[in-house]
Each structure stands twice: as structure tokens, then as C-alpha cells.
Design a binder for this molecule. Structure first.
Ligand code: DAT
Ligand code: MG
Length: 148
């Protein structure tokens, strides 16, 4: 089973879409392995977005992600990275398909509601930025045999 890091960004919290977004991942069959509600520090934001350092939008990205609370979670399941990315939709809301979080709920790349790791390797590093091993909970879903 694979794990991925998902953030509901400050716009998702401010627009009161936490339940809406979370329910899409839950209904898909992804398991919540960890979750916290935090205001990201400058340091955490810079580590999280280190891959984008030097890009034109980097400063805006860091100031946006630290502008208000976020929900950080680890989701677990079969091909969790890919499944989560599909549910999120393309980075640019105008290119994301209806049915996805961004396709249904966002209109602007700078406020696109969610983050999801884009590879297994990045997922491991991103999860470690947000969670200690002890904060990730190991348990079985009661309906696991019906999800696959
Ligand atoms: P994603 O969030 O789909 O993984 P990414 O990792 O390429 O996309 O970029 C991280 C975030 O940075 C993205 O969610 C929104 C912002 N971003 C990306 N490209 C941008 C651009 N060309 N202009 C402004 N913001 C951008
Ligand atoms: Mg990304």
C-alpha cells in the first residue's frame, strides 16, 4: 500500500470546503493514516516547496500556504499518489476536468485548494516534513475487503 501527503490549502479552509474535499478522498476508498490542522511556519513552507525554489511563483506560493491554517493528511491505499492526483485534477483549474476537486471548485492556479505528492519518493519526503512516524496510525478499515 502506498502513502501520499495531501494538504487542504488555506483557501479550502477559508471557503469551508474541508469536509467537501476530504469526503471525496474518503469516498474513493483512501484511508486516513494521519491528520493535523496547522498554520504552516515559514520554515516548513520553504521545505515543502523546496522543489519550486527559484521559480517566478515561489514567493507567492510560500506566502499563500502560510497565510492561514491548512489541513495536512496522509492518505493510504492502492496507488494512493496517482489516485489522489486524479481526484485533485490538473494544476491549472481551467485545465482540470469536472469531477475533480479543482475542476469543480477552483478557478485560479494560485488558489487551487489542494496539494498532493506527485511521486512515491516525494511523498515519503513530504510526509516526513509534516509527521513523525508516531503520528501516523496503523489500523484496518472495517470495509477494507470491499475496497480492494
Ligand atoms: P501541483 O500543485 O498540481 O502539484 P506544482 O507542483 O507544479 O502543481 O506547483 C505547486 C503549486 O504552485 C500549484 O499548486 C500552484 C502553484 N503554481 C504552479 N505553477 C504555477 C504558475 N505557472 N503560476 C502560478 N502558480 C503556479
Ligand atoms: Mg506539486
Amino acid at each position: 500500500m502506498e502513502r501520499t501527503l495531501v494538504l487542504i490549502k488555506p483557501d479550502g479552509v477559508q471557503r469551508q470546503l474541508v469536509g467537501e474535499i476530504l469526503s471525496r478522498f474518503e469516498r474513493k476508498g483512501l484511508k486516513i493514516a494521519g491528520m493535523k490542522f496547522i498554520k504552516m511556519s515559514q520554515d516548513l513552507a520553504e521545505r515543502h516547496y523546496a522543489v519550486h525554489k527559484g521559480k517566478s511563483f515561489y514567493n507567492d506560493l510560500v506566502s499563500f500556504i502560510t497565510s492561514g491554517p491548512v489541513v495536512a493528511m496522509v492518505l493510504e491505499g492502492r496507488m494512493a499518489v496517482k489516485q489522489t492526483r486524479n481526484l485533485m485534477g490538473a494544476t491549472r483549474p481551467e485545465e482540470s476536468t469536472p469531477g475533480s476537486v479543482r475542476g469543480d471548485l477552483a478557478i485560479f492556479t494560485g488558489q487551487n485548494l489542494v496539494h498532493g505528492s506527485d511521486s512515491d519518493e516525494n511523498a515519503r519526503a513530504e510526509i516526513a516534513n509534516f509527521f513523525n512516524e508516531g503520528e501516523l496510525v496503523s489500523y484496518e478499515l472495517a470495509n477494507k475487503d470491499w475496497i480492494g
